[in-house]
Design a protein around this ligand. Structure first.
Ligand code: SAM
Ligand code: SF4
Length: 329
C-alpha cells in the first residue's frame, strides 16, 4: 500500500474498545459516553479486518484502546492474529496498555508471540497516579510490570509530560526505567477530545523538557528508531534510552507509515485529521473480502500529507472532537 506521497503503509494500530478502567484526565472525562456495543466490531470482525491489512502489506500490528485488556476474551484476538506471525505475514504483534490487567495476561500474550509492549505510567507516586487516572492503582500496574518482565516481555514506558503535574519526576522516571531495563518515551499532550478542562495549562513542550534534563543528565542523540515518530537519546548516567514524541513542537508526518482503525471499523488515515473511511459497512455487506479491500485501497489513496495540531485557547484546547481512546495512542 503506497499513499499519494509515496509512503508505504506497513503499520496498523487497532483500537479494540473505547472503554477503559481508568479515566486519565488528559484522555477522558469522568463521565465518558461509551459506544453502544452493537456499533463495535466483534473480535472475529476485527480479525478479518486486521488480516485483510496483513494481506495488503501491513507488517506491524499494535492493539490499543481504550484499554485493550479490559475487552472480554481479548486473548482470542491475539491468538487468532498470531497465525500471521507464524506464517511470516507479520513481523510484529504488539500492545499499548495501562498495565492494570497485565499480571493476568502477560504469559498468554507471550504465548501469542507478543515480544514488546508499551505501558503508560505518568507518575511513580501512588497518590498522584490515582489522581491523574481518577481510579488507577499504581501497585497493581507495577505488579503487572513485574509479571511482564518475568514472562520475558520487553517494556517501554509511555509518559505524558504534564505541566504542574509530573515535571518534577522526569529524572526519577529516567532513573527508574534505567534500573528496571525499560525504555521510556515522553509524549506531549495532543489536543484531542473534550476533557472538561483547558489543555493549555497542561501542555509542556518536550523541547523545554529536554533542555531541563540536560542540566543534570548527559543526553546523546541516538539513531535508534522503532518505526514510529519517537526520536531517541541515550542517557550516559543510566545507559538507558529515552524517546521524545513531539507532535506539537516538531512535525513527524513525512515518515508516517501508519493508519488507525477504531473499534467500530472506522479507518483514520491520520491521527490529526478528521477524514475517515468506514470499513464496517463493506465488511458486513459481504462474506467476501473484496469490498473491504476496495474500501481500504480507496482510503489509502487519500491519506493526507500531515496534521496541523495547534493548542489554541480559542478552541478550548481541543483541535479534534474525538478522544484519543477512540483512535488509540
Ligand atoms: N489505555 C492504554 C494506555 O493508556 O496505554 C492504551 C490507549 S491510550 C489512549 C494510549 C496512549 O495515549 C497512552 O500512553 C496515553 O497516555 C496517551 N494519550 C491519551 N490521551 C492523550 C492526549 N490527549 N495526548 C497525548 N497522549 C495521550
Ligand atoms: Fe484509559 Fe489509556 Fe485513556 Fe488512560 S490514557 S483513560 S488508561 S485509554
Amino acid at each position: 500500500m503506497i499513499d499519494p506521497f509515496g509512503r508505504a503503509i506497513s503499520y496498523l494500530r487497532v483500537s479494540v474498545t473505547d472503554r477503559c478502567d481508568f479515566r486519565c484526565h488528559y484522555c477522558m472525562t469522568e463521565e465518558m459516553a461509551f459506544l453502544p456495543k452493537s456499533d463495535v466490531l466483534s473480535l472475529e470482525e476485527l480479525d478479518r479486518v486486521c488480516s485483510a491489512f496483513v494481506h495488503k502489506g501491513v507488517r506491524k500490528l499494535r492493539i490499543t484502546g481504550g484499554e485493550p485488556l479490559v475487552r472480554r476474551n481479548i486473548i482470542s484476538l491475539f491468538q487468532a492474529l498470531s497465525r500471521h506471525l507464524k506464517s511470516g505475514g507479520l513481523d510484529e504483534l504488539t500492545l499499548t496498555t495501562n498495565g492494570s490487567q497485565l499480571a493476568r495476561f502477560a504469559l498468554q500474550l507471550v504465548d501469542c508471540g507478543v515480544e514488546r509492549i508499551n505501558v503508560s505510567i505518568d507518575t511513580l507516586d501512588p497518590d498522584k497516579f490515582r489522581l491523574i487516572t481518577r481510579r488507577g492503582d499504581l501497585a497493581q500496574v507495577l505488579e503487572g510490570l513485574t509479571a511482564a518482565k518475568k514472562a520475558g516481555l520487553a517494556v517501554k514506558i509511555n509518559t505524558v509530560a504534564l505541566r504542574n503535574f509530573n515535571e518534577d519526576e522526569f529524572e526519577h522516571l529516567i532513573q527508574w526505567c534505567g534500573d528496571q531495563g525499560y525504555d521510556l518515551t515522553f509524549i506531549e499532550t495532543m489536543p484531542m477530545g473534550d476533557i472538561g478542562g483547558d489543555r493549555v495549562d497542561q501542555y509542556l513542550p518536550l523541547s523545554e523538557v529536554r533542555l531541563r534534563l540536560e542540566q543534570s543528565l548527559t543526553l546523546t542523540d541516538s539513531t535508534h528508531r522503532t518505526g514510529g515518530p519517537a526520536r531517541y537519546v541515550t542517557v550516559a548516567e543510566t545507559g538507558g534510552r529515552v524517546g521524545f514524541i513531539t507532535p506539537l513542537t516538531h512535525n513527524f508526518c513525512e515518515s508516517c507509515n501508519r493508519v488507525r482503525l477504531t473499534c467500530t471499523g472506522t479507518l483514520f488515515m491520520c491521527l490529526g485529521q478528521d477524514d475517515a473511511a468506514d470499513l464496517r459497512q463493506p465488511l458486513r455487506a459481504s462474506d467476501s473480502d473484496m469490498p473491504l479491500i476496495a474500501a481500504i485501497d480507496a482510503a489509502i489513496a487519500r491519506k493526507p500529507k500531515g496534521h496541523d495540531f495547534i493548542i489554541e485557547r480559542a478552541r478550548g484546547g481541543a483541535a479534534l472532537a474525538r478522544h484519543m481512546s477512540v483512535t488509540g495512542g
